[in-house]
Design a protein around this ligand. Structure first.
Ligand code: SF4
Length: 345
């Protein structure tokens, strides 16, 4: 099936619309083994390293087989960079979806209106029809995927699955055909259920939060340093599957409600509510510490850090903040900080 790319900092793109239009939604990820040389010709190197990496991939032809790209309102980087993407890429379909910053009745109506515009433009560009029935089928499929991922996610606390393994599965679900994803996740679940729990010995149970962290190797790197990521608050993680869409309602209304009521991302208002979610996770999963990772120049996470640090101090939960460069080599340079944190918690 042909693919439409998603350029999205907060997983707020209603993938069901893309599926109902007959395409596979394909979330764009970076490649930490490349340098954003061409992207730096368009964007100052003091801007989010992750989105510059994605632009680099686009400029060097990595996304050439996509039929289009939908950029969904997230942080200032994804919003403003989309203008550059439109100038630099020659794709049949480019759409900016205005997912609201705020929550409530008015933003809900606003989001539904913009989703209708997305549907109209998909229909006109590709000569397809996004019917209510197709939307309902897509919601049903996505809900099943979310349910399976959440079930697998909870097996982290039973030591049956590691955070890196789950991260790989969520990433696969965001890139691959959804029916294939369903079959893949069902098989994975059957196999994982038969496993004996792994020994956690000296592993430190942590909550991982922060920017868009899409490199599974980085999660493995943390595990090798002695952490067990028993819960997370990531877009390649719980934000993608924690809730489900209400299948009894009008599909567009239900999709808008779903995206505006799921655990809030730091790019949305009021972002300080994110702390409530983190507190709830930290207490429920009895973590020994919280790791907050900012991709270099990720403003939303950088702004939030002082508040998070203060609040976790009040809770007496150890908290580590690290700003990192999106580059495999940089991981090694951080190992001392992570190892020291593992020792003190
Ligand atoms: S890493 Fe931060 S600045 Fe970059 S796209 Fe994500 S939220 Fe925006």
């Amino acid at each position: 099936m042909e693919r439409i790319g998603i350029f999205d900092s907060g997983v707020e793109t209603p993938e069901e619309i893309i599926m109902a239009a007959g395409f596979t939604p394909y979330r764009l990820f970076g490649d930490p083994s490349i340098q954003p040389e061409k992207a730096n010709e368009h964007i100052p190197p003091t801007h989010c390293v992750w989105t510059r990496n994605l632009l680099e991939r686009a400029l060097t032809g990595d996304y050439g087989d996509l039929k289009g790209i939908i950029a969904t309102h997230g942080c200032d980087r994804t919003n403003r960079e989309f203008d550059i993407w439109v100038e630099c890429l020659n794709l049949k379909f480019m759409f900016f979806l205005n997912s609201p910053r705020k929550r409530g009745e008015k933003p809900l109506e606003f989001f539904i209106t913009d989703m209708k515009e997305l549907i109209l433009q998909l229909e006109e560009t590709f000569g397809v029809q996004v019917s209510t029935e197709k939307l309902k089928d897509a919601i049903n499929t996505m809900n099943e995927i979310r349910g399976l991922l959440k079930f697998l996610s909870e097996l982290r606390k039973e030591n049956k699955i590691k955070g890196s393994e789950l991260h790989g599965m969520v990433k696969a679900a965001q890139m691959n055909d959804k029916e294939e994803t369903l079959a893949y996740l069902r098989n994975q679940l059957e196999e994982i259920k038969t496993r004996n729990p792994f020994e956690d010995g000296k592993l430190k149970k942590v909550l991982l939060t922060g920017s868009d962290i899409d490199d599974t190797e980085f999660i493995k790197f943390l595990e090798d340093l002695g952490f067990h990521i028993v819960i997370d608050d990531l877009c390649v993680g719980t934000k993608y599957y924690w809730n489900t869409v209400d299948e009894s309602k009008d599909p567009l209304h239900a999709l808008a409600e779903y995206h505006l009521s799921k655990p809030i991302y730091s790019t949305k208002y009021p972002s300080y509510e994110r702390f409530k979610i983190l507190k709830e996770y930290a207490e429920k999963y009895e973590v020994q510490g919280v790791i907050n990772i900012a991709q270099k120049f990720c403003e939303p996470i950088l702004y939030e850090h002082p508040y998070m640090m203060k609040k976790f101090k009040e809770l007496e939960i150890p908290y580590l903040f690290v700003e990192m460069t999106y580059n495999k080599e940089s991981y090694k340079q951080l190992s001392t900080r992570f190892s020291a944190f593992a020792e003190i918690i």
